[in-house]
Design a protein around this ligand. Structure first.
Ligand SMILES: *[C@@H]1O[C@H](CO)[C@@H](O)[C@H](O)[C@H]1NC(C)=O
Ligand SMILES: *[C@@H]1O[C@H](CO)[C@@H](O)[C@H](O)[C@H]1NC(C)=O
Ligand SMILES: *[C@@H]1O[C@H](CO)[C@@H](O)[C@H](O)[C@H]1NC(C)=O
Ligand SMILES: *[C@@H]1O[C@H](CO)[C@@H](O)[C@H](O)[C@H]1NC(C)=O
Ligand SMILES: *[C@@H]1O[C@H](CO)[C@@H](O)[C@H](O)[C@H]1NC(C)=O
Ligand SMILES: *[C@@H]1O[C@H](CO)[C@@H](O)[C@H](O)[C@H]1NC(C)=O
Ligand SMILES: *[C@@H]1O[C@H](CO)[C@@H](O)[C@H](O)[C@H]1NC(C)=O
Ligand SMILES: *[C@@H]1O[C@H](CO)[C@@H](O)[C@H](O)[C@H]1NC(C)=O
Ligand SMILES: *[C@@H]1O[C@H](CO)[C@@H](O)[C@H](O)[C@H]1NC(C)=O
Ligand SMILES: *[C@@H]1O[C@H](CO)[C@@H](O)[C@H](O)[C@H]1NC(C)=O
Ligand SMILES: *[C@@H]1O[C@H](CO)[C@@H](O)[C@H](O)[C@H]1NC(C)=O
Ligand SMILES: *[C@@H]1O[C@H](CO)[C@@H](O)[C@H](O)[C@H]1NC(C)=O
Ligand SMILES: [Cu+2]
Length: 565
């Protein structure tokens, strides 16, 4: 007879093998087909672009440090690319995805086997299309588990669930895009927000399909929340339950308990929900945070339901959660500013910078050309810029041009500082300040640079918050504030002890945000506003990180099946 001890160790060995087996599974090749599928929402039916017919798309699961391959087959009508948002992809910009930045689109009928290299990320991330506005429906969650044999820095959750916040238009999003680009005005606002693809009870024809999260009482559920909306920062909360935030953008945070979260497009939040209330039904809800109410936005509210398994509340009306008012900037940034890294005094926080930049982020206007009529303010064409450069996409991707020394695709010399210093957060401006320059300028960084960028928001045309996202890196958010960044005073209050590590920072309306990172990932990396309309208008630029000294610090050659331009 085996002793209990022997049984225990045999079982442990067996579970270890099982973990190894599952681990191998996680490293498999996946086949994803991008295609049109028919979906009905808000009482009308339309065709949308999906991956494998699913909206939201499939969940990609991996362990920290895994390598995963996804064969992307384009069976749709448009060029498409897929980006693995927040995955650093060390030395692998080739599979990063942004169209005309690191690759040309996968053309209809084409395929591209993308290699996704996970490294230090742990928690929730997401993937999405990175060409035109396809990401409205082509997106899904990425879940990165701790390496086998290691565990979460919090009690293991009883259950986990992705909560994907999206945005839905009744019309074809490609038509919304074409129309606002053609007219120079603002895009039509969406008709609904969604939770896991469903608008919820407050919209017509939605109630019976509202997403329901079935929970057991007195258990910890891990909500893996993604803001996949196109143009809206969102507040999210659950009635009668606080959330305990434990990670943001796949980096652990010091746990904080909060009645609501603020989440910008591009960001992710891992939050624990303790089901310690009376059995019953409780609404979860999300709606816009919009710092400037003068700008049109979708003011509807999406809901889903937390439903306790033992007891449906005896027919009682489910309570509705608290959500801060749309323009409550203090509530929005009150949440952002509470987030701190779990690790204290890390060596990877940049203490001394080698490269310092300040970049304005602005909405702008161009005069209307020829005999067009433009629908921007005063008959202008709306635009956007960083340091007064409204970025123009090249026709050949920048990574290829960089790697093969193709001239004339992009220019170096994106300015390190605003070309003109003025009161960025004033109320009124001379009209000439509104008009930027069109160009394709990149910033070149030496390998190993310790970089600081301060994003300075401006009130040109119409001030609004901007979620700025950097590919290939996470950065520490060392400070944010209102007004004009003061080069002398503000750095004195930077947090270099436990700043949150994120891939998307929200730059406040009439304010600034400072981030720091170590440039140790050679290649071409996109930096852009994650509000889709601002990106379309040119609020983006590119970092080229040069090769280091050693072969392990050098950009390898492209895979053989890079989509052709
Ligand atoms: C945008 O909204 C306007 C006004 O409601 C409407 O006339 C137009 O058809 C809409 N465009 C699209 C592409 O939905
Ligand atoms: C959950 O905890 C409460 C309070 O301790 C208790 O009354 C209830 O029976 C528990 N429910 C379950 C399903 O264990
Ligand atoms: C949630 O947290 C707030 C403080 O942040 C506290 O006042 C409130 O009682 C908590 N609510 C619940 C349901 O635990
Ligand atoms: C949302 O905006 C519409 C106009 O666009 C307005 O009629 C409505 O009252 C607003 N709803 C809320 C809840 O603010
Ligand atoms: C938010 O909007 C309300 C209603 O328009 C207004 O009264 C209030 O002053 C605004 N708050 C802020 C912080 O702008
Ligand atoms: C972190 O650094 C600060 C300032 O240098 C110091 O006061 C603190 O004791 C350090 N904390 C830990 C946990 O090392
Ligand atoms: C103005 O529009 C007319 C008719 O659409 C066209 O024939 C003409 O070439 C346009 N002129 C300019 C300067 O674009
Ligand atoms: C910039 O403009 C704001 C808003 O009008 C004003 O409060 C602030 O004092 C101005 N700052 C400077 C340095 O002039
Ligand atoms: C932006 O560039 C344009 C064209 O060079 C120039 O006229 C304008 O003054 C600049 N604006 C700012 C704010 O730097
Ligand atoms: C529109 O024109 C008016 C009057 O010329 C001017 O005061 C205002 O600033 C202009 N607005 C924009 C956004 O250009
Ligand atoms: C690359 O290898 C060299 C030694 O061969 C080592 O010093 C360096 O730290 C390595 N770089 C990275 C990014 O791992
Ligand atoms: C699709 O991609 C190819 C190759 O880059 C390009 O020639 C073509 O213009 C693109 N089509 C559209 C509609 O952008
Ligand atoms: Cu923006």
């Amino acid at each position: 007879m085996w002793s209990a001890k022997k049984w225990k160790s045999a079982l442990q060995a067996l579970s270890f093998l099982l973990v190894l087996f599952l681990h191998r599974q996680a490293s498999a090749d996946y086949n994803w087909v991008v295609k049109e599928s028919t979906y009905t929402r808000l009482c009308s039916t339309k065709s949308i672009l999906t991956v494998n017919g699913k909206f939201p798309g499939p969940v990609l699961r991996a362990y920290a440090g895994d390598i995963v391959y996804v064969n992307v087959h384009n069976r749709g009508r448009y060029n498409i690319t897929i980006h693995w948002h927040g995955v650093k992809q060390p030395r692998n910009p080739w599979s990063d995805g942004p169209e005309y930045i690191t690759q040309c689109g996968i053309q209809p009928g084409g395929s591209f086997r993308q290699k996704i290299i996970f490294s230090v990320e742990e928690g929730t991330l997401w993937w999405h299309a990175h060409s035109d506005w396809s990401r409205a429906t082509v997106h899904g969650a990425i879940i990165v588990y701790p390496k086998p044999g290691t565990s979460y820095p919090f009690p293991k959750p009883y259950a986990e669930v992705p909560i994907i916040l999206g945005e839905w238009w009744k019309s074809d999003v490609m038509e919304v895009l074409d129309e606002f680009v053609r007219t120079g005005g603002t895009p039509n606002v969406s008709d609904a927000y969604t939770i896991n693809g469903q608008p919820g009870d407050l919209y017509p024809c939605s109630k019976s399909e509202t997403f329901k999260l079935s929970v057991d009482q007195n258990k910890t559920h891990l909500l893996r929340i993604v803001n996949a909306a196109m143009n809206s920062i969102l507040f999210f909360s659950v009635a009668n339950h606080n959330l305990t935030v434990v990670a943001a953008d796949a980096a652990y945070t010091a746990p904080i308990s909060t009645p609501y979260i603020t989440i910008s497009p591009g960001q992710t939040i891992d939050a624990l929900l303790f089901t310690d209330q009376q059995p019953g039904r409780y609404y979860m809800a999300a709606r816009a945070y919009q710092g400037n109410l003068a700008i049109g936005f979708d003011n509807t509210t999406t809901t889903s339901i937390v439903e306790y398994k033992d007891g449906n509340g005896n027919g009682k009306t489910a309570p509705f959660p608290y959500l801060p008012y749309y323009n409550n900037t203090n509530a929005a940034f009150g949440f952002f500013n509470r987030l701190k890294s779990l690790a204290i005094n890390q060596t990877d926080v940049v203490k001394t910078t080698t490269t310092r930049m300040v970049s304005t982020v602005s909405v702008n206007t161009f005069p209307c050309l020829g005999n067009q009529t433009c629908e921007g303010p005063n008959g202008t064409r709306l635009a956007a810029s960083m340091n007064n450069i409204s970025f123009v996409d090249p026709r050949v991707d920048i990574l290829q041009a960089y790697y093969y020394y193709i001239n004339g695709v992009y220019k170096e010399g994106f300015p390190d500082f605003p070309p003109l210093i003025f009161n960025f957060t004033a109320e009124d401006f001379p009209l000439i300040l509104e008009i930027p320059e069109r160009d394709t300028k990149v910033k070149v960084l030496e390998y190993g640079s310790d970089v600081e960028i301060v994003f300075q928001n401006t009130n040109l045309v119409a001030g609004i918050d901007h979620p700025m996202h950097l590919h290939g890196h996470s950065f520490h958010i060392v400070g944010t504030g209102f007004g004009n960044f003061d080069v002398k005073k503000d750095p004195l209050s930077f947090n270099l002890v436990d700043p949150p590590l994120r891939n998307t920072v929200t730059v406040p309306l009439s304010g600034w945000a400072a981030v720091r990172f170590k440039a140790r990932n050679p290649g071409v990396w996109y930096l852009h506003c994650h509000l889709e309309r601002h990106l379309t208008w040119g609020m983006d630029t590119v970092f080229i990180v040069k090769n280091g000294k050693h072969p392990n610090e050098t950009l390898p050659p492209p895979p053989p099946d890079m989509p052709p331009c």
